[in-house]
Design a protein around this ligand. Structure first.
Ligand code: BTN
Length: 225
């Protein structure tokens, strides 16, 4: 197995920034760092990036918005599928957090600049503790053993490539079957919407018991139960 255009670093501010920089000269890049100083999450959050986790950004040059929307779904399934190889049954918390029971195991971030798309995956692998205020877990804490970070990175990348070329309908079906059941609320056009999550439609709407809402107009989906 090999990763195409793989760039590995001991330390970076953020693998996302490095991927965007490299996309100036490459069509596709994979950037992995052992730790990051300014790891970022969605909604301007900081992503704790100590040694032991996987910090990987995969950059694609010149893609359309449809590609990015699909990537959001595809990336979650790629991570869930690989976790199954390690006998970890996780779930998606919409849109693309990966949870094991009530704790976050992986975060996914998609950023777009012009037509360059960078997918960032932060998977907790060998960390043995997290700050108390963060409800997070790691593969180590779930399975009580250490894992090979590079091997997991390769597997996720390979799976992602397969899923990008697969029939999206099937990927979405699989995604909808693996959503963490929950009651959520979010703001939509100035209104507070609440409902039970049923899935994501082919038009990228969040389907709730109370209606359908375009997921790209929703900033943050809060779990209320
Ligand atoms: C989230 O859940 O808020 C998304 C977290 C994304 C973290 C990853 S780690 C690799 C990539 N580089 C970053 O700086 N962030 C993403």
């Amino acid at each position: 197995m090999s990763l195409k255009n793989l760039f590995e670093f001991d330390i970076l501010d953020s693998t996302q920034d490095k991927a965007f920089e490299l996309l100036k000269n490459y069509n596709e890049v994979v950037v992995i760092a052992q730790r990051m100083l300014k790891g970022r999450g969605r909604y301007g959050n900081k992503w704790i990036s100590d040694i032991g986790g996987l910090y990987m950004s995969i950059g694609f040059k010149d893609k359309d918005i449809e590609f990015s929307k699909r990537l959001l779904i595809i990336s979650s399934i790629a991570v869930l599928d690989i976790l199954k190889d390690y006998e970890i049954e996780a779930k998606v918390k919409i849109p693309n957090d990966i949870y094991y029971q009530d704790k976050k195991l992986c975060g996914i971030l998609i950023e777009i600049k012009d037509r360059d798309v960078v997918l960032g995956i932060g998977l907790n692998i060998n960390q043995s503790h997290f700050p108390l205020e963060i409800k997070a877990t790691s593969m180590f804490l779930i399975k009580n053993k250490n894992f090979n970070i590079k091997e997991i990175a390769q597997k996720i990348y390979n799976k992602l490539k397969i899923l990008i070329n697969a029939d999206f309908k099937f990927v979405l079906e699989s995604y909808n079957k693996q959503i963490k059941a929950s009651l959520v609320e979010f703001e939509y056009n100035g209104n507070l919407i609440k409902g039970e999550i049923l899935g994501i439609s082919e038009n990228f709407e969040i389907v709730l018991s109370s209606g359908k809402f375009d997921m790209f107009y929703i900033r943050e989906v809060k779990e209320i139960l």
